[in-house]
Write a protein that binds this ligand. Structure first.
Ligand SMILES: Cc1ncc(COP(=O)(O)O)c(C=O)c1O
Length: 452
């Protein structure tokens, strides 16, 4: 029973018979939501947890629009197309580029993967004739996000995983060595999920070009820029890195609008270098929504609000605004990283080793330093302890061959600021000292040893 409203509690397993007033229903559901963590203190996720009120207003104003109703909402489609053009331009594509919005990078990756599979099938049939028994494969680093494993499983493709090199990046030579006539594509990551480094896409492209020439193949390169695609075009650190459509074999790129595109979830983008890369067989013509329209996506109905919010960000920030935000995050990252990496407990024992390298996302990934591990510190204990202060710091193991290394990650994103960074350091220091007290052996009792 709800003490104030006198209502029964919210239904858990079956609909109640009676209606409630909107007010009561709101209160019941609203109160349940207090048990979630505070999204702004969620250092685990790359996904946007803060947007400007004007963006939120636009999002709300467009909540009732279904994106698939293209003939009914032509301006929404126009805005989606503008967003595709703006992103393609940021990634240095030419005028032939094409793209679409998706629910996130996962769906974008599935669409780009399907395009690679279809184009490979066409190439293979032209070269060898039809061979239905053949199983295609795709080559990528072991540090890929789970959506690639889903893609391979759901679309029946062998996933060839290349172990990480010392810098937590794809070993380009090893990846190229795995390519054969059944390879639909090679994937490079601009900002891996585990520790944030950018793969060397330029080197990968060069080696792939040599390999394609030698073996007379046309294996394309896909860049998973889920996070990095929103950062690299704007940051001083990355301005000299060539990773996008300027490279010969980069045919498709995914980016999450809801990560460093600065939009609330869920919004992703899939961009192709040329429209002609998308096989016509994958595009459905539908005519039951008023007029004939093309459809290429895994979903049908979907909200349009995020696209409008993405466009708001583009209108609002421009290159200068995105540069200000992303460079600000990189600066904050550099300062916070030094503080976290040099953290010691009250007995002067160093706590963390830095696992992430500098060439990627504003993300700090650390493992427990040996002296602290010897004292009984674990990432799980520290993460658990900082949770008492509201922070969410995820603990996981790196990918092969570092899969016995347990790490903790802090992702910096818009809405995080230097005061919050100071508080995070303060709270981790508190957690470290709390853990020190519990791991310390009890002091020797004078009486028991008869010293006095
Ligand atoms: C490198 C990378 N690729 C793909 C994804 C999946 O993105 P989304 O959550 O937008 O589906 C993520 C998510 O963190 C990621 O880090």
């Amino acid at each position: 029973m709800h003490p104030r409203t006198g209502e029964l509690t919210a239904p858990k397993h079956a609909l109640d018979q009676e209606e409630r007033t909107p007010r009561t229903a709101y209160e019941l559901v609203h109160d349940e939501m207090f048990f979630d963590a505070n999204p702004r203190l969620n250092m685990a996720s790359f996904v946007t947890t803060w947007m400007e009120p004007e963006a939120v207003r636009l999002l709300m104003e467009n909540l009732d629009k279904n994106l698939i109703d293209k003939p009914i909402y032509p301006q929404t489609i126009e805005i989606q197309n503008r967003c595709v053009s703006i992103i393609a331009d940021l990634f240095n594509a030419g005028e032939d580029a094409a793209g679409t919005s998706t629910v996130g990078s996962s769906e974008a990756i599935h669409l780009c993967g399907l395009v690679m599979k279809w184009n490979w099938k066409q190439w293979h049939q032209e070269k060898y004739g039809i061979n239905a028994a053949l199983k295609p494969n795709i080559v990528m680093g072991s540090n890929v996000q789970v959506c690639w494993k889903k893609f391979a499983l759901y679309f029946d493709i062998d996933l060839i995983e290349i172990p990480l090199n010392d810098e937590n990046r794809l070993d380009e030579e090893a990846a190229i060595a795995k390519i054969d006539d059944n390879t639909i594509g090679v994937v490079g990551i601009l900002g891996n999920t585990y520790s944030g480094e950018f793969d060397d896409i330029k080197k990968l492209d060069k080696l792939l070009d040599e390999n394609n020439k030698q073996r007379q193949r046309q294996v394309p390169l896909h860049v998973d820029a889920a996070s990095g695609g929103g950062i690299a075009p704007f940051t001083r650190e990355h301005k000299d890195i060539v990773w996008d459509f300027r490279l010969k074999w980069v045919q498709s790129i995914n980016v999450s609008g809801h990560k460093y595109g600065l939009v609330y979830p869920g919004l992703g983008w899939a961009i192709w270098k040329r429209k002609s890369l998308i096989p016509q067989e994958l595009i459905f013509k539908i005519d039951y929504l008023g007029e004939s329209q093309d459809d290429f996506g895994l979903n049908f109905s979907r909200g349009a609000g995020q696209i409008i919010a993405q466009y708001y960000n583009f209108v609002r920030y421009g290159r200068d605004g995105y540069s200000r935000i992303m460079n600000g995050l990189m600066q904050l990252h550099a300062e916070l990283k030094i503080k976290i990496a040099s953290l010691k407990n009250e007995d002067d024992v160093p706590i963390f080793d830095l696992v992430s390298h500098d060439n990627g996302l504003p993300l700090i990934c650390v493992s427990i330093a040996k002296p602290a591990a010897d004292l009984g510190y674990t990432m799980e204990i520290l993460s658990h302890k900082t949770r008492e202060k509201g922070w969410v710091l995820p603990v996981y193991t790196m990918s092969s061959p570092k899969d016995n290394l347990t790490v903790m990650r802090m992702v910096l994103k818009e809405g995080f600021n230097s005061d919050m960074a100071d508080k995070l350091v303060e709270d981790i220091t508190w957690a470290v000292n709390e853990v020190t007290r519990t791991t310390k052996k009890p002091a020797l009792s004078h009486g028991a040893h008869g010293i006095c």
